[in-house]
Design a protein. Structure first.
Lengths: 113, 113
């Protein structure tokens, strides 16, 4: 089954404790992206990757890092999480650019206390 | 970063009613997309529009790419309980590069049986 898998689905952590949210897709997609969803703001892009070892900042990259060492995986790293990073996070992938259908993961609800 | 203005932000309707929502932008988009997000899930693509003036249907859903390329609307006819969820518009413009997708704030649809 074609899918984008995020882990964990829920996470509560404390300020400053480094964490990683994993994202994996099994469709051999070149393009992957991370979004955060906040009430009243829709989805905002954090980082994207057009292929292995090619990543770039989206609209809200501050406080986040990503890596793309393999085509299927695109982890999101919070080196020192803060309460304003409490949000619902989505990973997405598509074959190439956004001219083709994007597949979203089920989301990771992160709470930073 | 650029955002789309999506309205209304929420709708409360009776089952069987028709629904209409729209998105506007201050700049031109080359692609308009409409997604639906069910509770606890990631967004799923409903309709993609690639050409100004294009009118596309998917079952009870109809979406149009505005002639000015700065707006789009989504209609749902004869709503049913499974239509409940959050609907997002998204646009892609060449000026921002093919890799960036901009989302509206979402329209939360609630249906009274």
């Amino acid at each position: 089954e074609a899918q984008v898998t995020q882990n964990p689905r829920y996470l509560i952590t404390v300020t400053g404790k480094k964490l990683t949210v994993t994202c994996s897709q099994n469709m051999n997609h070149e393009y992957m992206s991370w979004y955060r969803q906040d009430p009243g703001l829709g989805l905002r892009q954090i980082y994207y990757s057009m292929n292995v070892e090619v990543t770039d900042k989206g609209d809200v990259p501050e406080g986040y890092k990503v890596s793309r060492k393999e085509k299927r995986n695109f982890p999101l790293i919070l080196e020192s999480p803060s309460p304003n990073q409490t949000s619902l996070y989505f990973c997405a992938s598509s074959y190439r650019t956004w001219d083709t259908e994007a597949f979203f993961g089920q989301g990771t609800r992160l709470t930073v206390v | 970063g650029q955002q789309l203005n999506q309205s209304p932000q929420s709708m409360f309707i009776q089952e069987g009613e028709d629904v209409s929502m729209n998105c506007t932008s201050s700049s031109i988009f080359n692609t308009w997309l409409w997604y639906k997000q069910d509770p606890g899930e990631g967004p799923v693509l409903l309709i993609a529009l690639y050409k100004a003036g294009e009118l596309t249907s998917n079952g009870r859903l109809t979406a149009q790419f505005g002639i000015t390329r700065k707006d789009s609307f989504l209609n749902i006819s004869a709503s049913i309980p499974s239509d409940v969820g959050i609907y997002f518009c998204a646009g892609q413009s060449k000026s921002q590069g093919a890799q960036k997708l901009v989302f509206g704030q979402g329209t939360r649809l609630t249906i009274n049986p």
